[in-house]
Design a protein around this ligand. Structure first.
Ligand SMILES: Cc1cc2nc3c(=O)[nH]c(=O)nc-3n(C[C@H](O)[C@H](O)[C@H](O)COP(=O)(O)O)c2cc1C
Length: 305
């Protein structure tokens, strides 16, 4: 009998969709698995390119995980599938809102007992969001067998400019800077991962033992962001999002100015936070080597614990 694989995906600018297509090509090259796709959607419409305010206005809901309800119809029966691939982009250090909506819906209960591969696309900061998804999968009783991450490999100072410009204008290439987005060779490498998945599926579908995570080169590249991301998310994003979300529920008129205020605050705090985080990193490395190491392991291998 043919194995059945379901891709649950959300993609706004197209990178996750492309990644899914490449992974699926690899799976098809090494197995006769039947593949289905479901686009995750919630009640909001997300534009591309984004308007300036639209882009930042989703920040509070993203950061404190308040998505609109999932709106896919008809809903698939997840228990029919041998493997589920959950593919999503990162938004404000969190999984994108439609992905959050999926995990808040009853549909996610169908993940129980299923092998799951998660596929993330991002600029460069995915660890906090990846850990949330790992946690949600485990709460639903699913078995995460692999996490594949595709990030923009260009220098962070360039992607800090090129990614927002691309999101806000649709233009990926600015003069003198590398093109925004995931590189072609990284997309193509996904076919290899797809073939590995296809091999496993063909060899009996239940042969999911050790995640191949430690072989994923792109993940090792992101290690240096683990601590800055943790600090940014917990000390800045969450408190600010909580404040804006709750204040604007009582007084909707304050939402827009507060979102802009956050933006200004964000730029300044990045300038302040970066040196603080660097000092913390040195301190951790020298005096609390074990804590630093356990933080690193937890981020990179959350399901090996
Ligand atoms: C609203 C928004 C917020 C984003 N926030 C982050 C972020 O916090 N970290 C990151 O690495 N990338 C971030 N990105 C970049 C996207 O994660 C990245 O471009 C992703 O590959 C887009 O996937 P898609 O093309 O399938 O929509 C953000 C993009 C958008 C639109």
């Amino acid at each position: 009998m043919k194995a059945k694989i379901l891709f649950l995906l959300h993609s706004n600018a197209g990178q996750t969709r492309r990644a899914v297509d490449e992974l699926a090509k690899g799976i098809c090259a090494s197995s006769s698995a039947e593949i289905s796709y479901i686009e995750l959607m919630d009640a909001k419409e997300y534009p591309f390119p984004w308007g300036f305010y639209e882009f930042f206005s989703i920040f509070p809901e993203c950061a404190i995980e308040k998505p609109d309800p999932l709106t896919i119809n008809p809903q698939p029966i997840l228990s029919d599938y041998d493997l589920i691939v959950i593919a999503y982009p990162i938004w404000f250090l969190s999984p994108s809102l439609p992905l959050q909506a999926f995990f808040k819906s009853h549909l996610a209960d169908g993940l129980k007992g299923k092998p799951i591969v998660s596929l993330i696309t991002c600029r460069n900061m995915w660890v906090e969001a990846g850990q949330r998804v790992t946690q949600w999968i485990s709460e639903k009783g699913g078995a995460l067998v692999d996490t594949i991450v595709l990030a923009d490999r260009s220098p962070p100072w360039t992607t800090f400019i090129t990614t927002p410009v691309w999101m806000l204008t649709g233009n990926k290439k600015l003069p003198m800077l590398p093109e925004a987005g995931i590189q072609e060779e990284d997309y193509l490498r996904l076919r290899e991962w797809g073939q590995l998945i296809g091999d496993t599926v063909s060899s009996g579908a239940n042969n999911w033992h050790k995640p191949s995570l430690d072989q994923v080169e792109t993940i090792a590249l992101q290690e240096k962001y683990i601590l800055p991301e943790k600090v940014l998310k917990n000390l800045l994003f969450k408190p600010a999002a909580f404040g804006i979300y709750h204040l604007s529920r009582f007084l909707p008129i304050v939402r827009k100015p507060f979102v802009y205020l956050f933006l200004v605050f964000l730029v300044f705090s990045i300038l302040i936070l970066i040196p603080i985080v660097l000092v913390m990193k040195i301190f951790l490395r020298i005096f609390f080597k074990d804590i630093g190491e356990s933080l690193r392991k937890k981020a990179l291998y959350p399901y090996h614990q």
